[in-house]
Design a protein around this ligand. Sequence first.
Ligand SMILES: NC(=O)c1ccc[n+]([C@@H]2O[C@H](COP(=O)([O-])OP(=O)(O)OC[C@H]3O[C@@H](n4cnc5c(N)ncnc54)[C@H](O)[C@@H]3O)[C@@H](O)[C@H]2O)c1
Length: 363
Amino acid sequence: MSRIYNVAIVGCGIGRSHVTEGYLNSTDRFKVIAVCDLNTERLDEFATEFGIERKTTDFNDLLAMADLDIIDICTPPGVHYSQIMAALKADKHVVCEKPLVGSLKEIDEVMAAEKTSKGRLMPIFQYRYGDGVQKAKKIIEAGLAGKPFAGTAETFWNRGPDYYAVPWRGKWHTELGGVLMAHAIHIHDMICYLMGPPKSLFGRVATRVNAIEVEDCVSASVLLESGALASFTATLGAAEEISRIHMAFENVTFESSHAPYSLGNDPWRIVPRNPETGKKIDALLADWQPVPPRFAGQIRALYDALETGGPLPVSTTDARAGLELVAAFYHSARTATDVNFPLGPDHPTYESWIPEHYRAQAG
Ligand SMILES: NC(=O)c1ccc[n+]([C@@H]2O[C@H](COP(=O)([O-])OP(=O)(O)OC[C@H]3O[C@@H](n4cnc5c(N)ncnc54)[C@H](O)[C@@H]3O)[C@@H](O)[C@H]2O)c1
């Protein structure tokens, strides 16, 4: 019989989707045995709905549970760093929502802690899962797409006052950034996952949709290491919500599904330049095994990594790359300069990208 990992959920918002899409789709691999939230009403409802035996408002209670294998952190972004560090110190495996932490310094500290812990840390980037994105990845990795030329990543979503009525949202110290950190971080990760890492970025940010501290519209011109060009645009003021990745390679053009919250799923338009390439793609995908979408796919893949000791489906290196993009965007927008990657400890945004006057307000 295969091993079952015991899981605790911390935070009963998106934590619900981790359970319904993720753990409940893999009950042969995981069991949610504990839940933690500061809000007792949410905590009680969550525990009752999913029949979870243990519930607590104190995160430290989880650290003391000897039979607990995985702590799945779904708290607001400003809480992630301290909870990740404590969980790794207690030698627990950790799953944590995006954005993983709030600066490059913090991610480097988390990566150092990961090395000394018996626990492993998997950041969430669930949009990488699903048949559409995984077929594109397979075609590119097989060398059938050829040289990458250009790509676009669009996050056209809609958020209004109701969304920002939740006190931690829209503020530098608790959300740690705006549309870049909370929303477009997914698609920016995906396009780099498919087209390769960035070499430099020129970005602009603006707050135009909501009365919030952080940005809600962004755009950037990105030079990728391959020499291909990409443009990233995101807004939280779209009357029609879509997500879209559109990429031209030498032999194939790819266009993702437009489904805003499941763009990794089929259908993706995969357009070969000629019938010969089309035949090679058909042969490559002939015995395609469906890849479960979103949290179902990522959490199932976590099990295999834990069991085999193989690479995690999403790593802290991936999370760092996502945060580097965010840091580069802010620095470029504030200085009107091109920012080169990688960004190390000598970069002005390394310790924080929160604007000076907000940092000063927090003391
Ligand atoms: N991957 C995605 O698509 C996705 C979607 C939504 C949210 N998120 C991320 O998930 C995280 C949570 O977002 P949300 O929308 O679920 O927020 P939310 O406010 O709905 O839920 C967060 C919960 O955490 C609880 N909480 C806060 N501090 C806590 C603490 N110290 N200990 C225990 N519980 C605590 C709150 O009481 C609240 O119930 C954020 O990082 C967000 O960016 C990711």
